[in-house]
Design a protein around this ligand. Sequence first.
Ligand code: TXA
Ligand code: MG
Length: 373
Amino acid sequence: MALETKIYKNLDPKEITELGSRLRAGELVAIPTETVYGLGANGLDEVAMSRIYEAKGRPSDNPLILHVPDQASVTPLVKEISPTAKQLMDAFWPGPLTIILPKSDNVPLRATGGLDSVAVRCPAHDVCRVILQAAGVPVAAPSANISGRPSPTTADAVYHDMAGRIEAIADAGPCEVGVESTIVECGDDAVTILRPGGITDAMLRQVVSTVTFDEALSAPDVAPKAPGMKYKHYAPDGAMTTYVGVPKLISEAMIEAMEAIQKEHEELVSQEGKTSIAKPLRFGFLINEEVAQFLDIYLADLTVPFEFVIYGNAADYRGLAHSLYSSLLAFNEAKVTHIFATGVPRQGLGRAIMNRMDKASGYNVVNAVPKRD
Ligand code: TXA
Ligand code: MG
């Protein structure tokens, strides 16, 4: 039977205490963080964590991140905190950095998908941290979406996927960063990035000498060290193409693709006649200002209905990170059939963004650069 999902909006001390008690008691509570909304459960309670997997339809070998309000709360969860791990916490916590550490016996295997390591993170979000304090237990929280769909960056998006499946949602407005935390494995004065995120390799290099990326991030056939990275993720309902390169050439490539799609659709409809089951076309654009300028005139005459998001200029990585998931979800709502998005160079935050866009578009990335002959 469907649960009643209560939405908390005041988030005053009374509500925070109530949310903390619900978490401690084994209920599922969606919590805001600076990256995306999490689907929280008591990280020491196996039954509560099993309910996370059920609510999301998440594969059971995909381990959870334990969220804590401060460094001190990590101690009982791990065998040891190495000097490098401590330096990372000092430098980046609270913030979007998840650190993999050897787990202690206090952490149930349900949290770690059977691994002997545990992922810990201290979010930079005031409401989140007071909820974690009120809970008084580590809070296991994956992104609060149905597995495989874009992660929610607003409470509305959480409600869309999780209404009737969880007990409560703490609505603290939109998330700032928009893409999930960076996940690192620690060595001695070295880290390996398992998932790129808000804390970039350049930022990590200011603290540890050696920063490498998990090989699997650039080789789709290698098994990733973070089990969750192997699954299909962030997929919108429409077919998505990501374009990178020169704005004018990107706009030309998009126009060419739109014409091919329209032609194919017309042929299908004319073959099938009135009984056609072809879905009506609807386009979605998530693009930068530069490309928008070149597309303007074409779109003024486009007969296919469309949705349009300009996230900022081509160098606005933060704008794109912030708008990515919310735009994909808005396109789902509008029943967009084809998505045209512009990406960014794979550096800094661009690595995290392109990692998500690669997956969202099923690695359908067009490089629109001048042809050399
Ligand atoms: O920003 C975030 O990290 C968000 C918010 C809610 O905090 N959470 C999030 O959780 O993205 P989730 O469950 O969607 O992703 C967790 C990732 C998965 O790829 C999982 O495989 C990896 O963390 N992970 C968890 N524990 C691990 C471990 N012990 N070793 C390697 N990877 C681990
Ligand atoms: Mg996720």
